[in-house]
Design a binder for this molecule. Structure first.
Ligand SMILES: *Cc1c(COP(=O)(O)O)cnc(C)c1O
Length: 353
């Protein structure tokens, strides 16, 4: 009944629906692309060290230590770095600050489903550009008048990677729009477009610590781009919440970037697991889209995606199925540990007779 107190605007919003986070023992959770390995042990130590009297103080509003760690790691200047409470927040500020130009924002028809949600929130017209039949981004299709371009690389939920050459060509031919590359999965097999930020003042690269650094629960994301783009994000942030990144998150984030060995080791393990998984899926008759991410999109010619998802669920394994056009036959499966892969494959062998 209290809905009568809502504004028309809130009534018409279509919010994002996150993958479920059930609390079930021994669940093989392969539905939200979390890292199967925990964060670096140094992260917990740093967070423990930050627990104490200092928590009564607001965090440094510019999260300077974290920005510096990210700038050093990626070899850019501090004024080329923006940090936020998860990359979803960084994306929100990007939509709000850099994409509201009264012209359509271009993104792939099959992509991260938060983009259309932010279009709704910030009253931006979204324009879906179809992927090719092989689920590839064709940069030539992005030459229409636009108020910005955004896509994940590797794309989600396809896992397909776009080359840096293609990204450079897109940037060159859209020099009056911000082109945002959402690199949530780049550490699992791609080359970051951060190397292009000095050459293109219209490029904004967004990354997260949720996937490759296994810190989805800490909520940290960042953007790297020309100082003017970063300044736009700072203006939005300081008009919204001046302390979005907590003291504990700053401490944990800095520690995560310091432990390069752990980072390399866990990324390599995930990539090795993906190779094994793709091979086994193909032997079971699945068609697998080539993935550079920590998940694969796959379909079986004889079984509907929705059916396989429920059959797996009965066996305590959860994967993601999207009802969207063109991919309703597919399952998106997060790459787990070798043990989780074994359980998944045994279950599938049991289901597929
Ligand atoms: C997971 C994901 C994000 C969100 O990451 P957070 O930092 O956890 O908010 C952003 N973009 C894509 C494509 C993702 O898959």
């Amino acid at each position: 009944m209290t809905q009568r107190l809502w504004s028309d605007f809130v009534s018409e919003l279509e919010p994002y629906v996150p993958g479920e986070q059930p609390r079930i023992d021994n669940l093989v959770k392969l539905n939200t692309n979390e890292n199967p390995y925990g964060p670096s042990p140094q992260v917990a130590e740093a967070i423990k060290a930050a627990l104490g009297d200092e928590l009564r103080l607001y965090p440094p509003p510019n999260a300077d230590r974290l920005k510096q760690a990210i700038a050093d790691y990626h070899q850019v200047a501090v004024n080329q770095v923006f940090v936020g409470n998860g990359s979803d927040e960084v994306l929100a500020h990007t939509f709000n600050g850099l994409f509201r130009h009264g012209k359509p924002l271009l993104f792939p028809d099959i992509t991260y489903s938060f983009y259309p949600v932010y279009c709704g929130l910030y009253e931006i017209e979204g324009c879906e550009i179809p992927l090719t039949d092989n689920f590839e981004i064709a940069v030539d299709d992005y030459l229409v008048p636009n108020g910005g371009i955004i896509f994940p690389n590797p794309n989600a939920p396809t896992g397909r990677l776009l080359s840096l050459d293609s990204i450079a060509s897109l940037l060159r031919r859209n020099s009056d729009s911000v082109v945002c590359v959402d690199e949530a999965y780049i550490d699992f097999g791609g080359e970051s477009a951060i190397s292009l930020v000095d050459a293109f003042d219209n490029l904004l690269v967004i990354q997260t610590l949720s996937k490759s650094r296994s810190l989805a629960g800490l909520r940290l994301g960042f953007a790297i781009g020309h100082p003017t783009l970063i300044e736009a994000l700072e203006r939005i942030k300081n008009s919204f919440n001046s302390y979005p990144v907590s003291r504990l998150a700053i401490a944990g984030g800095v520690a995560a970037f310091a432990d390069e060995d752990y980072f390399q080791k866990t990324c390599t393990a995930v990539i090795a697991s993906r190779v094994t998984l793709v091979d086994a899926f193909e032997k079971l008759g699945f068609e697998v889209i080539p993935s550079a991410a920590n998940f694969v999109l796959a379909r079986h010619p004889d079984y509907k995606g929705e059916y396989l998802m429920s059959a797996l669920r009965e066996r305590n394994i959860i994967v993601r199925h999207f009802g969207a056009e063109r991919i309703e036959q597919f399952l998106r499966i997060t790459v787990g540990t070798p043990q989780q892969n074994t359980l998944l494959l045994a279950a599938l062998k049991d289901i597929i007779v």
